[in-house]
Design a protein around this ligand. Structure first.
Ligand code: ADP
Length: 330
């Protein structure tokens, strides 16, 4: 076996089915990096508790996420795919990292301020510490590379600072500074045409949606606001339908839309139908594989439980070094 370049870690909260933003911004890289790197991917269910009001769907959402990941090409033969709460060492590292983290640094993070705006009635201690737990995830597995969307940049920078603080405080080199890695599409905009595609904003297109639902979501996309009537010329440069055409359509179709939209030669409805067809075509294989996997959920749970075991081996080894570096009595 050839030596791998390094270790990759990434994770996502099991909030349900994955959307085009997750897929294009993160999962594409998860899949691509599997051959070159030693990859560890986590369904971060502990993180989910920071914002969830109820956990009744947690188990089901864990399975949904695993189905999306496996259908997209994440391969348990190549990567460790596991459930965060099944390797509790991460909570131990989290508490040690919290001791080298000034509280103000967490409350100053733009991502924290966003969460406060979204959930003003649930600002819990865990939410403040979210980036510390995320740093613990990455550092526990000694990852040097973290594939994420651009929204995660402040968290990766925070993780790097954690490493420097911890290693300096305990005069050690045990933790490794990670680098973030974005895809060609680090920020996919939602169907509202303005905000990052996100489940919580209800502006998402799920990768596992039916072709009909996909078409319905695409047809409801907000386009160039200045194009009020079919006869008005449009501006593809400010239209998210055009942005998605550039990802899912052929270059001939992209050129045609670019030219015809500007002279009102194509209407938004036809333009959107073409996009929906292309998205459906692009995801047909993934959806087919997903339904096959969904027919055997126990096999998926087995994959995750096997991942748990493999993750725990790495986690235990790191924690032995961490405890030693801190200087606990043996
Ligand atoms: P979490 O909050 O657990 O990170 P998300 O579902 O928000 O879960 O994100 C999972 C991954 O997908 C992250 O790496 C995130 O940066 C990426 N991602 C989420 N939304 C988008 C988007 N609209 N465009 C690009 N990447 C995204």
């Amino acid at each position: 076996m050839t030596a791998k370049k390094g270790r990759v870690f990434s994770g996502a909260r099991p909030t349900g089915k994955q959307h085009l933003g997750n897929y294009l911004g993160a999962i594409k890289n998860y899949v691509q990096l599997q051959d070159e790197y030693d990859c560890v991917y986590s369904i971060v269910d502990i993180h989910a508790l920071t914002t969830l009001e109820t956990t009744v769907n947690l188990k089901e959402n864990t399975l949904e996420m695993a189905l999306d990941w496996l259908a997209a090409g994440m391969d348990p033969q190549k990567s460790v795919i596991f459930i965060q709460s099944h390797v509790p060492e991460v909570t131990e590292l989290h508490i040690y990292l919290s001791m080298v983290t000034p509280e103000g640094k967490l409350t100053d993070l733009p991502t924290f301020k966003d969460k406060v705006r979204e959930n003003p009635n649930n600002i819990n201690y865990g939410l403040v510490g979210y980036p510390v737990l995320m740093a613990a995830d990455i550092l526990l597995y000694k990852a040097d590379t973290v594939p994420v969307g651009i929204d995660q940049a402040p968290h990766i920078e925070f993780a790097r600072e954690c490493v420097r603080s911890f290693n300096y405080r305990y005069n050690t080199k045990v933790l490794i500074e990670p680098q973030m890695k974005v895809t060609q599409y680090p920020k996919i905009i939602g169907i509202d045409g303005v905000n990052k595609m996100s489940k919580s904003l209800n502006n998402e297109i799920e990768i596992s949606a039916t072709p009909e639902l996909t078409q319905k979501r695409v047809v409801s996309m907000v386009t160039d606001p200045n194009r009020q009537r079919r006869t008005d010329p449009g501006n593809p440069d400010v239209c998210n339908v055009y942005s998605l055409h550039k990802i899912f359509s052929t270059s001939d179709q992209v050129n045609m839309v670019n030219t015809e939209c500007r002279r009102a030669g194509i209407g938004c409805v036809d333009c959107k139908k073409m996009l929906a067809e292309n998205i459906n075509q692009n995801l047909a294989g993934l959806r087919e594989k997903r339904s096959q996997l969904a027919a055997h959920p126990n096999d998926v749970w087995d994959i995750l439980h096997d991942g748990d075991k493999r993750a725990r081996v790495i986690a235990e080894a790191t924690m032995q070094e961490v405890r030693k570096a801190i200087g606990f009595a043996e």
